[in-house]
Every structure is written in C-alpha cells, then in structure tokens.
Ligand binder design. Sequence first.
Ligand code: MN
Length: 265
Amino acid sequence: MKHFAAAALALSMLPPVAAAEPELQISWAGTRTANSAPAQNFTGSVRVEMLYTPAGPERTSAGSVSFAAGARTAWHTHPLGQTLIVTAGVGRVQRLGGPIEEIKAGDVVHIPPGMKHWHGAAPTSAMTHIAITEALDGKAVDWLEQVSDAQYGASQAAAAAGPSQAQRLLGDVAPKLAQLTDDVLFGDVWARPGLSPRDRSLITVSALIAMNRPDQLRSHMSRALDNGLSKDELAEALTHLAFYAGWPNAVTATGVAREVFATRP
Ligand code: MN
C-alpha cells in the first residue's frame, strides 16, 4: 500500500505528456560507421556510411558512398529513381547507351526511375557522393551485371592521359619513386576513406604553403580545386597561414595561386 502511494505520488509529479509525441532524431557527426560495400554489386574499394535509414511508413534513405580511384557500382536501376550529390573528388556516371559523364564535387545527378546506369570514381581520383533513394515496396535498387574494365574505360583513359605526373617528373631518374608515388601515395593513401579527398587536399596545400614548396604547391592547388575546394577557400587558407607559417611563405604561395587560378574557370 505504501509503495502504491509512493508510485502514485511520483506519477502525479511528472509533467503531463502528450500521447506518442515523436522525438527529434539527430545522428551526430562522428557517431556513424562506414562499411565495405558488397563485392557482388561493386568493383574496387567502396565504403558506405548510411546517413538515414527509413523507419515506419517512410521510404527514403540517404547514404554517403566513397569510391577509391577506379571503383564503381555494377549496372543497376532504381524503381523510383535516385539523386546523387557529389561531395568530394572526381567521378563518373553513365546511363546505358549514353556517354560517360565526368562529375565533380558540387554536381548533382538525378537518375529517373528504371534507368539502367552505373556511378563511381574516376580512374585516377577518388569520389564521394551522397545517394538519396526512395524504395518501392521495400526495394530501392535492382542490381545487374558488373561494369567491365572495357565499359569503364579505365585502360583507354590511362592511355589517353599518358604517363602520370610522377612518371613525367621522376620516371627517367627514379622510376621506383615514380611508381611508389602513383601506387602508394595516390593509389592508396589518398584513396583511403578516413579523410575525404577535399580534406586531404586542404591539409596537403597547407603543409606545402607552410614549408614554402611552390613547385609541389602548384599541382596540389590544382588538385585541391578538383577535389572540391573553392578559390575563395584556398585564398582564405593563404591568409590564415600567413599568421602561422610566416608572411613570406604566404606571399610566395599567393603567386602560385594566381598562376593556378588563371588556368581555371
Ligand atoms: Mn544508382
């Protein structure tokens, strides 16, 4: 009886609660995990971080998908279409029978319902996009065959691009250093999902400005623009670093930025 009275008293002290008020849901940055995409539906290294998984009657999901250089989805269709928002790097998308389109950070691709297509990274650059997909009867994608190397065009692209920058700069004197630069530095470290290509570019450009390395800064400024940094953001980095890395270094880097920016729209 005593317990009963205590429980009743405790209940009476609670504020009135509206019936089944839905909660605001926040998925905090840094709390989500990324998983490897299944090999039967992808080629190469692909990591998926689900941003939102629908519950109840909702049907729209969102995920951030990071493709290492050369990685891509298999051919597939979406019963209610899909929207891709490229957040970093350079990638490719193609519908069956259409040209391979190059997509970069900031580009948004809408794939209509039922259209057979694939998407992924460029042969020499990683790419991350957010994929927003609505399910029909619980199904958001129908997987088809893999995109072959010939369809992807990796070999033609590599041949058309000729020797890599590392091979041109180093290959005659230090071919092993050129190979390590291509395979380990750009093929592995830069493609790792732990940091986005955009963040890696900002770090690299900052280090090269601070160490006053204008020759390497030139190519990395250009790469940074490819990886989604804007000219304004790079100029802001220069200004910021003048206080930490020294005014002369920032002035030298400004000259490099002027050259690089002039070659870019
Ligand atoms: Mn798709």
